[in-house]
Design a protein around this ligand. Structure first.
Ligand SMILES: Cc1ncc(COP(=O)(O)O)c(C=O)c1O
Length: 450
């Protein structure tokens, strides 16, 4: 066993025990594919601000942050106060409530092109509803999507997001549904034009800063060109802002890029770190969700959308509070500045240690590609056009040792990706850089990047 693994096992005896139990009750002992770790994942039992503690009382500076949902960090005082207040009033009324209106009004204020809002329970549900709306609006079934862009785990979007892009990410995918998604390489506008000319396309869906939270960065000019092409043809443009929404700017990537989509799918931050998502669009695109009162129209020409936990009052309380906190942009600017310092510091460490690769990313997002043959860049735009297979594939087999080594040293990333929150301080980033340096030394000693 490598020293890094030995140390990992030594530090986490209770996690190891829990994992053995978990494997009897949960497939692979897991509840989310991306939480997989060998020989076992760590189990966490409390978190506060920028930190979390595992069941063996190891302290971690957290850059996972609820898979990017917790832009204010763990247990943000105001969000928690609003959640507690709501818990005392009830968790689910099975009825309309005022908070959902205030929450929707706030989303409308912030997101470009949001005449109306429909809440869902997750980002996956949001992209699924976005596609249903686009198909209804255009009467077409096919959708263009881009290699490496992730849009949740429903059957419509399960091909094209993971290399090899020609194969679905999961088994159990009906071939008929797969044929409805035309997966293309981002950046190739003439190829997009050709498909739009040849086929009846309902929508083009994209993560507007690039695939997998910007891991495969995309040229803003390409986004504008797609906007123009789709607008000219009556095809809808869907921005999947589940990650970028409210992070890249208070109005998401749309506001930062100055491009307004026809439909925007939201998740994560929109619900303040609790479960939730939303779809927003202009009035005429949302119209099919409206009841007309005409029984025939409502039965045969409506987009149906139930969902037990849509706009549950607890998520509404957290979401509204969180959006009120980020709306003036200062939270985002603070997180972006810290993330920039963190990325630069990690790059200096890679350079000092002669480890190839780069840490890059926009806004408060970090993509760590240590040991990967890509150049050091100070801006993700420099990686536009790079082979998406290589960027999405990232660290490859080095990822698991990297995760073990960084956890041993007290920092936790979401695989090769991380997020910085308003709860992180400059001192946290300096401590995290020392930990990163030590982890890189451990990995280099074991020849992981050779
Ligand atoms: C861009 C993007 N879209 C959609 C989703 C799916 O969201 P959820 O996990 O809430 O279903 C994710 C999740 O990470 C995402 O990153």
């Amino acid at each position: 066993m490598s020293q890094i693994t030995e140390e990992y096992v030594r530090r986490h005896p209770t996690s190891e025990e829990l994992y053995a139990r978990a494997c009897e009750a949960l497939p692979s002992g897991l509840t989310h594919d991306n939480r997989r770790m060998t020989p076992f994942p760590i189990y966490v039992d409390r978190a506060q601000e920028a930190r979390k503690w595992d069941v063996d009382d190891n302290e971690l500076i957290d850059f996972v942050l609820g898979h990017g949902a917790l832009i204010l960090g763990h247990l943000d005082h105001d969000v928690i106060a609003s959640v507690k207040e709501q818990l005392d009033l009830g968790t689910h009324y099975g009825a309309s409530h005022e908070l959902e209106i205030r929450w929707a009004e706030k989303v409308k204020e912030l997101v470009p092109g949001a005449d109306k809002v429909r809440f869902t329970s997750s980002g996956t549900e949001a992209t699924m509803l976005a596609l249903r709306l686009a198909r209804t609006y255009t009467g077409c079934e096919k959708v263009i999507r881009f290699h490496g862009h992730f849009h949740g785990w429903h059957d419509y979007m399960m091909s094209g997001n993971k290399p090899p892009f020609s194969l679905p990410t999961s088994t159990g995918m009906p071939a008929d549904l797969q044929s409805l998604a035309v997966a293309m390489r981002a950046g190739e506008i003439e190829a997009v034009r050709a498909v739009l000319d040849r086929e009846d396309i309902a929508a083009v869906i994209m993560e507007p800063t690039g695939g997998t939270q910007g891991k495969a960065p995309m040229d803003p000019e390409f986004v504008r060109q797609v906007r123009d092409l789709t607008a000219q043809r009556g095809v809808l443009l869907i921005f999947d802002e589940v990650v970028t929404g409210f992070r890249v700017s208070p109005g998401g990537a749309a506001r930062a890029l100055g491009v307004t989509a026809d439909i925007t799918a939201l998740g994560k931050i929109v619900a303040g770190g609790l479960p939730g998502g939303a779809v927003v669009a202009r009035r005429n695109v949302m119209n099919p969700l409206e009841f007309s009162g005409d029984p025939s129209r409502d039965r045969y020409s409506r987009v149906a959308h139930p969902g037990t936990f849509n706009a549950n009052p607890v998520s509404a309380a957290a979401g509204l509070n969180c959006l009120e906190r980020i709306e003036d942009g200062s939270v985002g600017q603070y997180c972006d500045a810290l993330a920039h310092r963190f990325r630069e510091g990690m790059n200096d460490i890679l350079e000092k240690r002669g480890i190839p690769g780069c840490v890059y990313g926009g806004s408060s997002i970090l993509h760590i590609a240590a040991g990967v043959d890509i150049p050091r860049v100070s801006d993700p735009s420099e990686l536009v056009g790079y082979d998406p297979t290589r960027l999405i594939g990232g660290m490859g087999p080095a990822l698991v040792p990297f995760r073990r080594a960084t956890i041993n040293r007290g920092i936790d990333f979401m695989g090769p990706t991380g997020f910085v929150s308003a709860a992180h301080t400059e001192a946290d980033i300096e401590t995290a850089l020392e930990a990163f340096d030590a982890a890189m030394a451990d990995l280099a000693d074991e020849g992981v990047f050779e």
